[in-house]
Design a protein around this ligand. Structure first.
Ligand code: 6PG
Length: 256
């Protein structure tokens, strides 16, 4: 039982997903940090396979994992993957890997053998193929796609998730496990897991905090406005469980 469960100020369980609302962002990220630690501690034999999101939200979560598991005794039983990566070197400030390395992997001295980063420094088309083959070789496969134990995703204000942006439906439906992508605003090249892989995880968590996410959250949950354009709206738990972890600000326009 997550010790932070009492921080949930509003809990809704629907047929295919849950929404847990917290007072503030730090409680959202700490709940996820504790969930990660508990799942690693209670894993069944093999290392937990975790796909990390990019963006800025995970930074606080990483710090809270280190605070709650300072010796990495739970985190040493995790194999680390990414949901997407920017096509920059792993030392670049915009690298999703670098954020995790600086605030989680390095502080906990995580073994290189447990780190499976997307090679943002390489050609994205080639890297997407390599990552597909990597996932195919080390993860269990179910209905044709790899199964992550834990998939942590963020939500963009335009409804994107991972590096799947609106009007990029081919990335949602691709039979490849990873694809070359791009941010349509900056034209920055990306590599991303595809929609079917994200949906195939045993547990999917969306972390969304701040007032900027309130409108897109409401449209996705209540199926209003431009929800059909939002890649995050496509994501559902094909055979696992999906939970939204959001703060009050992001929940402001939800009407239960
Ligand atoms: C990325 C992410 C992206 C991110 C959302 C939310 O590489 O940018 O994978 O999907 O998760 O944009 O970002 P914030 O956590 O910064 O709000």
């Amino acid at each position: 039982m997550n010790p932070l469960a009492d921080k949930i100020i509003e809990k809704r369980t629907f047929r295919t997903f849950n929404i847990f609302v917290f007072e503030k962002k730090e409680e959202v990220t700490e709940y996820m940090a504790m969930k990660l630690i508990l799942k690693a501690q209670n894993r069944s034999g093999h290392n937990l396979s975790v796909a990390l999101s990019g963006g800025s939200t995970p930074k606080k979560m990483y710090e809270q994992v280190v605070e709650n598991d300072p010796k990495g005794s739970a985190m040493r039983h995790v194999n680390w993957f990414w949901g997407d990566e920017r096509c920059v070197p792993p030392t670049h400030e915009e690298s999703n890997y670098k954020l995790a390395y600086d605030h989680l992997l390095k502080p906990l001295n995580v073994s290189e053998n447990c780190i499976f980063r997307m090679w943002g420094e390489d050609d994205p088309e080639k890297e997407a193929v390599r990552y597909h083959q990597l996932l195919d070789s080390i993860l269990p496969v179910r209905n044709g796609y790899p199964v992550f134990d834990l998939m942590i995703q963020g939500l963009g204000e335009d409804g994107h998730t991972a590096s799947i942006f609106p009007n990029q439906k081919e990335l949602l439906l691709s039979q490849n496990f990873a694809e070359a992508a791009y941010n349509p605003y900056s034209m920055q090249k990306r590599i991303t897991l595809t929609g079917e892989v994200i949906c195939n995880a045993k547990e999917i968590f969306f972390l969304a905090t701040g007032a900027g996410k309130a409108e897109v959250m409401a449209e996705i949950i209540h199926k209003t406005g431009k929800f059909k354009e939002y890649p995050a709206n496509f994501i559902h738990a094909r055979h696992g469980e999906l939970t939204w972890l959001i703060d009050k600000e992001a929940a402001a326009r939800l009407t239960f």
